[in-house]
Design a binder for this molecule. Structure first.
Ligand code: FAD
Length: 406
């Protein structure tokens, strides 16, 4: 595939991309799949990404980070994925948890957790989804009850990735009193405050809960995904945490968690876009090489045009992801761009991967060709971390001004 200038890339980003490609390229897709199939951690790769400063590239220098931007992290994650190693944990630990802690954590909390997230020695899982509160996070029932100086957390989280390999979980829970919630109902975006049942439900707060806390247990959810991490149902049975576990202000969790959700969407888009680049690279190489009628199959328009269409969709998705990161880094409202970027990237990557498999004929199913094993990850990104329907709801209501349907 030729290099394109459609997605603007500064000299610094081009260098960053080349360094990431060189590092991850030494491991490659074979390494990733070998680890992922056994659900064993890609420890060597993760350590090297941390040591090179890639995992913490966007985090403050005072806490071991590179002092860079989310756009920098997006380049790292997209290229790691494009080099055949799409790592979900890069979205969860550095992008979501790292960003929330950098923005809202206390000094002690940043010292305790951020430096390790930046160098890769600490992993943090993120738990917002619950069995009865998936797309609708206003239904969250996990609760933190005040207990002396600290808290006691009870409830169940669902589909939490990587708990068994994480040192701590960033947990979204209800705390405080309903009266506080009524007072704070103006804090979040209007629709969220309106639907949060302000005045009737306790407000949300964020906590960092060490995974070895007594009362915290988890159960694997068997999933089709080829990824190093398992997903879990996590049970909090009166888990005691000290005052230092609370991120920022009690009851201000809705606003605080939002600072992690746009990075989540943007970097999830980076994983999808990386899968797209990886798939298109493989498809074009194969289409240039494979000849069944005396000419390379790529010379048949039935093969070339669908790939060209995929290329166009991928270029649009990457451009939108770059714009979303730019808005986020400029401190502007990045919600619309992040949602659209995530949607476009997930759709484009499924299409690019599917077409690449099609171009490979039967070999598209052969594990040796390194495509089929990415299928469920690409498919999952259509549903998580935010589903395509919830993005469409957002666009219908916020961008188009249509009435809410729920
Ligand atoms: C592999 C994997 C890893 C994950 N990792 C994490 C993690 O680390 N931490 C975490 O907290 N969560 C995680 N999740 C959960 C993920 O974020 C949720 O699955 C996702 O947000 C969708 O929620 P749900 O599964 O409860 O679906 P539901 O909310 O039950 O929705 C089911 C379907 O109905 C649609 N739907 C729901 N409401 C509406 C509506 N109002 N309008 C139109 N359509 C609607 C949805 O789009 C979806 O298609 C993970 C999920 C997976 C599959």
């Amino acid at each position: 595939m030729n290099k394109s200038s459609i997605v603007p890339e500064s000299g610094e980003h081009a260098e960053l991309r080349a360094s990431v490609a060189a590092l991850v390229g030494r491991y490659g897709h074979g390494y990733f799949v070998e680890r992922a199939r056994k659900h064993s951690e890609p420890t060597g790769l993760w350590k090297e990404l941390g040591a090179a400063g890639f995992l913490g590239v966007h985090l403050p220098e005072d806490y071991g980070g590179g002092g860079g931007t989310l756009a920098d992290l997006s380049v790292v994650i997209e290229q790691t994925s494009a080099s055949g190693c799409p790592l979900l944990m890069t979205v969860i630990s550095p992008a979501i948890c790292g960003t929330i802690l950098a923005r809202h954590g206390s000094e002690a909390m940043k010292k305790r957790w951020l430096t390790g997230i930046a160098d890769g020695s600490i992993k943090m899982a993120f738990a917002i989804t619950e069995p009865d509160a998936g797309s609708n996070s206003h239904e969250i029932t996990t609760t933190a009850h005040p207990d002396g100086d600290g808290w006691r957390i009870s409830g169940t989280k669902y589909w939490t990735s990587g708990v068994d390999v994480a040192d701590a979980i960033l947990v979204v829970a209800r705390s405080g009193s309903a009266a506080q919630d009524a007072q704070r109902s103006g804090a979040g975006p209007a629709q969220d405050a309106q639907r949060s049942g302000a005045g009737t439900r306790r407000p949300l707060s964020l906590f960092v809960v060490p995974t070895d806390s007594p009362g915290l247990t988890y159960q694997t959810i068997e999933a089709a995904l080829v990824q190093p991490e398992h997903q879990f149902t996590v049970f909090f049975d009166d888990v005691a945490v000290g005052p230092e576990a609370l991120i920022g202000d009690d009851g201000n969790g809705l606003r605080q968690v939002f600072s992690g959700l746009n990075p989540e969407r943007i970097t999830a888009a980076s994983i999808s876009n990386g899968i797209s680049l990886y798939a298109l690279e493989k498809a074009t190489a194969y289409a240039n090489e494979r000849a069944v009628w005396g000419v390379p199959i790529g010379s048949h328009q039935g093969v070339a045009h669908p790939l060209a269409e995929c290329y166009i969709a991928v270029a649009q998705a990457r451009l939108m992801a770059a714009r979303a990161a730019e808005l986020f880094d400029a401190g502007e409202d990045a919600a619309e761009a992040s949602n659209i970027a995530k949607f476009a990237a997930a759709e484009a990557s499924l299409r690019a991967l599917d077409q690449s498999m099609q171009v490979h004929g039967g070999n598209g199913m052969a594990l040796e060709y390194g495509l089929a094993d990415l299928w469920f990850l690409a498919r999952m990104l259509k549903t998580a971390p935010v589903s395509r329907e919830m993005v469409l709801n957002f666009v219908a209501q916020r961008s188009l001004g249509l009435p809410a349907s729920y």
